[in-house]
Design a protein around this ligand. Sequence first.
Ligand SMILES: *Cc1c(COP(=O)(O)O)cnc(C)c1O
Length: 382
Amino acid sequence: MAERTMMRPIQMVDLVGQYLKIKDEVDAAQKRVIETAAFINGPEVKEFEKELSAYLGVKHTIGCANGTDALQIAMMALGLKAGDEVITCSFTFVATVEVVALLGITPVFADVLPGTFNIDPADIKRKITPKTKAIVPVHLFGQTADMEAIMAIAKEHNLFVIEDNCQAIGSDYTFSDGRTQKSGTIGHVGTTSFFPSKNLGCYGDGGALFTNDEELAKKIRRVCNHGSDVRYYHEVIGVNSRLDSLQAAVLRIKLRHLDEYAAARNAAASAYDEAFAGIMELSTPERSANSTHVFHQYTLKVAGGKREALRKHLEERGIPAMIYYPVPCHLQNAYKTARFAEGSLPVTEAITHEVLSLPMSTELDNEQLAHITASVKSFFTA
Ligand SMILES: *Cc1c(COP(=O)(O)O)cnc(C)c1O
């Protein structure tokens, strides 16, 4: 009987495959942390913070427990309080909106742009009131939002900008004068998540904040550490949110591969783009004019109400495809308000019916990509 090699099963993200390539280094680093028992605030955390600051070109990186905490800590450190308004997008992972609401701040939603899925600066302007204190752009799916426009609005109205950079770490934003900066380092503070499936993911939970402002960096460290600079003396109400040393040790290794990981994601995205170019009912992801894309997700728009049928067609062929996000935050039961009733954010609401994200990881091989692209095409030609 003829031997036939089996295609590796396709997953949305292949974290085991990625681990196997750095296994020796990771295993040695974990052993080193365990043998020194420096689990909390150990040297691995400090070294990682320094190395990530150097990579991003930012003065201060402060590790914390996860990306949700990072957003909450940013708002606490900036002194945002109950009754303030924060403008963000509804087309995002719920964490962005959740922490705003938890602090008693009112989330005010701006619509997004239909091509890049990122927040629409023109709609931010329309949503500003005397209570507005901050803008939280989300760099969705791997591209930086239009930070030049957002920073100009913030300056004019004296607002803070907190970048939710959980999905775009490593992406480069270019200003009109040609200057380039990494996403997450442009606003007053940036936040990220090291959740395993994120572009820079650890092997559990983790997060970080970035800022160039020395005073703000001190306040962030204080909030993370129970509101304390000196042990058992508490200046402000804080939280307990730390990046642990085992995770920092993994992240130090993966940071050295981050650009190569982004290149692998871009190669997969290009293969998808090329294969789908002739399909009328599909829109491939639009590239922002000012930002590189690190493809946290490769997200298609499927026209003509065919999304569910395409998703099923792919599932039957062993290909997972996900809907990020099926219900925008303003229509979630927990966050519904009269002001943001159905119909209030037309672009957001339209794209939630069309988006479909294909498998995207650093480990997709040519055979898997060929199977995925052929399966998408066969749906439209059948
Ligand atoms: C993942 C994510 C978060 C939350 O990060 P956690 O580490 O899971 O708390 C927040 N915002 C966005 C846009 C995310 O993708």
